[in-house]
Design a protein around this ligand. Structure first.
Ligand SMILES: [Ca+2]
Length: 324
């Protein structure tokens, strides 16, 4: 028994150190394997020479990955932090400044400009904060580390492909510690699926070209089911004794049906008569805070980021920015 428990302890220790991957390989040997596989995938040797040169694991990336993701902010604290008055003001100014371009993108993709600006504001503070990590080393670090190797190895090959296609230079390909890139914070797989070259220079550049940044975000939403003639949702007032089991994304009813159950606008007035399908959401922990009715487009925002706090912040900022 003692032998067995020692073996168990060693296995657990290996798990703790290597995050479950006891076949941990030296980084250099592992990187050679990546290079060989990339060549097989048709990525040019010249691209790999530049992209993989001197790539080493970044300890800070592992540190950030191991940080407890436990959300400690309440809903109101999160909204106050992510949608401060300064960001609303900046959003209105950006909308005015880039009006012509935003209108063109909005029309082409069927996504209202205020949502494009809101996502831009929340993802990167309108392009100011795009992350200081070089994407290839960051993704290589996470792909070599055992915790989510498969996912990040896939993202690494997508990133190498983006370099191979010449959209950005390796030293300019910066992003968050987890590889979310540029002003729209796209993962490399999202870049390859949704990024657009809207200024027609042959490069999809979500780092420095605003037409590409806006069109890429709008294209992501459009392809994820956005409806350009609808908004995201609205704050509502629930009647006393409202059946809280109905507050669930799985429960979808039309606005007139919610009206019959006593749901009202936040100001106490009637809901719109439009037969839009909506779900009641109580984003605060324990369901004690404000209530919202959310529409199809809210679900689309959740495809961008699966967090109710995030989607609520996008909705709130887009409303505050206003315009069409
Ligand atoms: Ca371009």
């Amino acid at each position: 028994m003692r032998r067995l428990s020692t073996a168990c302890a060693l296995a657990l220790l290996a798990f703790a150190i290597f995050g479950g991957d006891v076949r941990a390989e030296s980084f250099e040997a592992w990187l050679k394997g990546v290079r060989a596989e990339a060549l097989k995938k048709g990525i040019k040797g010249k691209t790999l020479d530049v992209a993989l040169k001197g790539v080493k694991p970044i300890p800070r990336v592992i540190e950030l990955d191991r940080r407890q993701p436990e959300f400690t902010l309440t809903f109101q604290e999160y909204i106050t932090r992510v949608v401060p008055q300064s960001r609303i003001k900046a959003g209105r100014a950006r909308l005015a400044k880039h009006r012509a371009l935003l209108d063109t993108v909005a029309k082409k993709f069927g996504v209202q400009a205020r949502f494009i600006v809101a996502l831009w504001g929340i993802e990167s503070d309108y392009g100011r904060v795009t992350g200081g990590f070089s994407v290839i080393p960051a993704l290589a670090t996470l792909a070599h580390d055992g915790r989510r190797s498969k996912y990040f190895r896939g993202e690494l090959f997508h990133a190498l492909k983006i370099l191979d296609e010449g959209h950005i230079a390796a030293d300019k390909m910066v992003g968050s510690w987890a590889g979310a890139m540029g002003q729209s914070q796209f993962m490399p797989s999202s870049f390859r699926a949704y990024a657009r070259d809207f200024d027609d220079d042959g490069r999809r550049d979500i780092w420095t070209t605003l037409p590409d940044v806006f069109a890429s975000a709008a294209n992501y939403l459009k392809r994820s089911g956005w409806k350009g003639d609808q908004t995201w949702g609205r704050k509502v007032r629930l009647p006393k004794g409202f059946d809280r089991s109905l507050a669930d994304l799985k429960v979808r009813r039309t606005l007139p049906e919610w009206s019959k159950l006593g749901v009202r606008n936040a100001d106490g007035g009637p809901l719109p008569a439009r037969a839009l399908k909506a779900s009641v959401i109580l984003p605060s922990k324990g369901g004690k805070g404000p209530a919202f009715l959310v529409y199809n487009n809210y679900r689309t925002i959740l495809k961008w980021n699966r967090s109710h706090y995030f989607a609520m912040a996008v909705g709130r900022l887009s409303d505050a920015i206003g315009g069409r």
